[in-house]
Design a protein around this ligand. Structure first.
Ligand code: FNR
Length: 181
């Protein structure tokens, strides 16, 4: 089963994007293993830090580098992906010759209570993944318009049409990973 490193671009405990990542993992079942890689311990990118590489950076690069594929789950902040995502992508792309993203099958999805479903953030994150060398699946898209009433009190997605849609997306991503690997 392909092992997917999941990068959630929100640090807050009640994140709807983490909830989406958890729900995609549940729905994926035995089609994909989705493993969330923490981003909150990464320092802000500073090239001087490579002289004495922070533990969190080494751990991050190992976890991402060892994965078969990458999934970004991004909030939308002012019509863009948040700095947590850019910081993680920048760390993974350096130093020269040690870019962990090169050739990795990848996708970006996102959630917001806003009606446009984080579309703008997802599209910019998709472009970012392309720039660092991932083999990005751009379609089908997940622009998830989060509503609490689509979930139970534990955050489990109960809305049947949303579950079916995400299940179809999992099929597409699994096929994409196989094709690109
Ligand atoms: C937002 N939010 C937001 N939502 C949206 O649909 N489009 C936007 O451009 C923005 N802009 C924005 C800027 C900033 C600084 C914040 C903090 C929030 C709302 C945002 O989507 C909402 O807070 C989500 O719940 C954030 O995702 P997590 O943290 O719940 O995963």
């Amino acid at each position: 089963m392909p092992d997917v490193a999941v990068l959630v671009g929100s640090l807050r405990s009640g994140s709807v994007n983490r909830q989406l990542a958890d729900n995609v993992a549940r729905i994926a079942g035995d089609r994909l293993t989705l493993r969330q890689v923490p981003l909150g311990d990464l320092p802000m990118y500073d090239h001087d830090l490579w002289d004495d590489t922070p533990e969190a950076v080494t751990a991050f690069k190992e976890q991402v580098g060892g994965a078969d594929a990458i999934l970004l789950v991004t909030p939308e902040y002012n019509r863009y992906f948040p700095p947590v995502i850019k910081n993680a992508i920048d760390w993974g792309s350096k130093p020269m010759g040690a870019n962990v993203w090169t050739g990795k099958p990848a996708a970006a999805i996102g959630a917001t209570p806003g009606q446009l479903g984080a579309m703008s953030a997802v599209l910019s994150a998709t472009q970012l993944l392309t720039i660092v060398g991932c083999a990005v699946m751009a379609q089908p898209s997940v622009f998830f318009n989060h509503r609490d009433d689509m979930h139970d009190s534990d955050g489990v997605l109960t809305d049947e049409s949303a579950r079916e849609f995400l299940s179809g997306w999992v099929d597409s991503f699994a096929a994409w990973i196989e094709r690109m690997s």
